[in-house]
Design a protein. Structure first.
Length: 114
C-alpha cells in the first residue's frame, strides 16, 4: 500500500522561503512531483523529477523553486524561495510508479502574505 506523508507547509511573508517534503512508502517511483491548487483555480504542475534526476518546472516558479529527491529514502523535496502571494495554494505531492499507477498526497497549505 502506497502512503505519502507531506510536511513543511505554513504561513510565510512574501520574499520568504519554505521547504516541502513528501515521504513515500510502499513502492518505488519513476516520477515524483508537486502540484498546487489555489482557490477557484485548477490544480497545476509545479515541478517534477524522475528517478534519473531530470526535472520539469512550471514557468511561474523557474528560478525560485528547486525540486530534489532522495531515492534511498523515497522522499521528494520542494525548496521554495522568493515566495509571492500568488504562490498561495494547497500543495500536493504526486508520485507515479513503474507500472504507471499514480498516487496523491492529502495536501499541505502554503500561504504567502503580502
Amino acid at each position: 500500500q502506497v502512503q505519502l506523508v507531506e510536511s513543511g507547509g505554513g504561513l510565510v511573508q512574501a520574499g520568504g522561503s519554505l521547504r516541502l517534503s513528501c515521504a513515500a512508502s510502499g513502492s518505488t517511483f519513476r516520477t515524483m512531483g508537486w502540484y498546487r491548487q489555489a482557490p477557484g483555480k485548477q490544480r497545476e504542475l509545479v515541478a517534477s523529477i524522475t528517478s534519473g534526476g531530470s526535472t520539469n518546472y512550471a514557468d511561474s516558479v523557474k528560478g525560485r523553486f528547486t525540486i530534489s529527491r532522495d531515492n534511498a529514502e523515497v522522499t521528494v523535496y520542494l525548496q521554495m524561495n522568493s515566495l509571492k502571494p500568488e504562490d498561495t495554494a494547497v500543495y500536493y505531492c504526486k508520485v507515479r510508479n513503474w507500472r504507471a499507477y499514480e498516487y496523491w498526497g492529502k495536501g499541505t497549505q502554503v500561504t504567502v502574505s503580502s
